[in-house]
Structures are given as structure tokens and as C-alpha cells.
Design a protein around this ligand. Structure first.
Ligand code: SF4
Length: 236
């Protein structure tokens, strides 16, 4: 029931997006929103500008966070980067050394590979949104502890609520487990379309793993081609 409702809301949102795009929707969207509010208690659908403002306000609200020990050892808080109204959201594990230095996600070697993957999907990095399961670097790039992932989970949840992506790509086991709240190994998570609160989730390898295991690139390519097909299939 909840999944059906989320699917209907997603369809309505895509419809509004297309109206904005093709019919000068700054005019028509508020009218449709009013109609929707009259019939269903669902919240108003945010415009892209609202999403940017909401995301920035949320970033400012949490950027000094010390809810878990990673807040004591980080150099920079790494919120996320990209289009606040993106249809595709990539979620990684946590910031690495370079990300911690710059305060931006996926800007090191793994980030460059992720950019190439996105471009191979015939998209620009600026068209998607990229963030991590934890916003502060685990010392020595260790895997975030379960308590750290749990402490940071509400932040990822809120980001997804604001961005409202059409599809999510979980990069690596940690990101997938954090999103889907299951303990399965990556091999069992890949190749299945999961759901996060009504949003489809595709799981693939983390780009950092591909730097160590080039032989996994072929499978990753299959995963992201599938992701792109699912995304294209959602267009009205
Ligand atoms: S990792 Fe998340 S919960 Fe921990 S200090 Fe950073 S922002 Fe806060």
C-alpha cells in the first residue's frame, strides 16, 4: 500500500517536472499542487529551487555535527554534491583522504573513476547527486562502524527526502547495507532491484574497489547500463 502510494507520488512528480520543462510550468505547477493538496494530504512537491534551498539549509544545520566519533577526527564535513533535483542519486560509503581535505565527495582517484562511469552512462556528473552514507572520513579509510552509520543515517534519509531521486545507485556493500538495512554480501545484493521507501535501488561495486580489481569493471558496466535503462524507462 505504502509502495503504491509512493509510486503514484513519483509518477505525479515526474508529470509535474515534464510540465515545468515543456509548458513553462512555473505557472502550471502551483495550480496542480493546489489541486493535489485539495484531494490528498500529501506534502507539496518542491521545485528545483526549493530543493537547493532546503538542501543548503540542511547542510548548514548539520555541518558541525559531532554525533559520532568521526566528527572529532575529520578535517572537513562532506555533505554531498550535484544537482539538488537530480533523478539519479549515487551513494558511497564515506569520504576518503582527498574528500576530507576538499570537503567534497568522490574527488580522489575513485571519484575520477565514478565521473567516467557517469559519463559512460551518457550523463554529466553535474546532472546527478553524489553523497555518502557517512559524512565524515573514517580514520585510515576504514569501514564506518555500525554505530557511526546509524548515527549518520538520518542525514542520508533527509537528503533523499529533499532530493526525491527517481532511482538510487548504492556504491559498494556498506552503502547498500546502510540504505537497505540488510546484512547480505555484495554478491547477493547486485543484480536485484531493491526499494528504498518506494525508490528503486541498484547496487554495484564501489569505484575504489574497481581501482583494486579491474576485473570487476565489466560487471559494474552491466549494472550501470541496467540502472540507465531503468531510469530511462521511468520517463513519461
Ligand atoms: S559521520 Fe555523520 S553522525 Fe558522525 S559526526 Fe559526521 S556527520 Fe555526524
Amino acid at each position: 500500500m505504502e509502495a503504491d502510494r509512493a509510486q503514484l507520488l513519483n509518477q505525479a512528480r515526474r508529470y509535474l517536472e515534464d510540465l515545468r520543462l515543456f509548458e513553462g510550468g512555473e505557472f502550471i505547477a502551483p495550480v496542480l499542487q493546489q489541486e493535489e493538496q485539495g484531494g490528498d494530504p500529501a506534502p507539496a512537491l518542491p521545485s528545483a529551487r526549493d530543493q537547493a534551498g532546503e538542501l543548503e539549509a540542511f547542510r548548514l544545520q548539520i555541518c558541525e555535527c559531532t554525533r559520532c566519533p568521526l566528527g572529532q577526527t575529520r578535517q572537513r564535513f562532506v555533505f554531498g554534491d550535484g544537482d539538488p533535483g537530480a533523478g539519479i542519486l549515487f551513494v558511497g560509503e564515506g569520504p576518503g583522504e582527498e574528500e576530507d581535505r576538499q570537503g567534497l565527495p568522490f574527488v580522489g582517484a575513485a571519484g575520477q573513476l565514478l565521473t567516467k562511469i557517469i559519463e559512460a552512462m551518457k550523463m554529466q556528473r553535474s546532472q546527478v547527486y553524489i553523497c555518502n552514507a557517512v559524512k565524515c572520513r573514517p580514520p585510515g579509510n576504514r569501514t564506518p562502524a555500525p554505530e557511526e552509520l546509524a548515527a549518520c543515517a538520518p542525514y542520508l534519509e533527509r537528503q533523499i527526502e529533499i532530493i526525491q531521486p527517481r532511482i538510487i545507485c548504492a556504491l559498494g556493500r556498506t552503502a547498500a547495507q546502510a540504505l537497505l538495512q540488510i546484512n547480505s554480501p555484495l554478491g547477493a545484493l547486485r543484480g536485484r532491484l531493491h526499494q528504498y521507501r518506494g525508490i528503486p535501488v541498484v547496487v554495484t561495486y564501489h569505484p575504489a574497489a574497481l581501482l583494486r580489481h579491474a576485473e570487476w569493471k565489466r560487471q559494474t558496466w552491466e549494472d550501470v547500463k541496467w540502472l540507465r535503462r531503468e531510469y530511462d524507462g521511468m520517463e513519461l
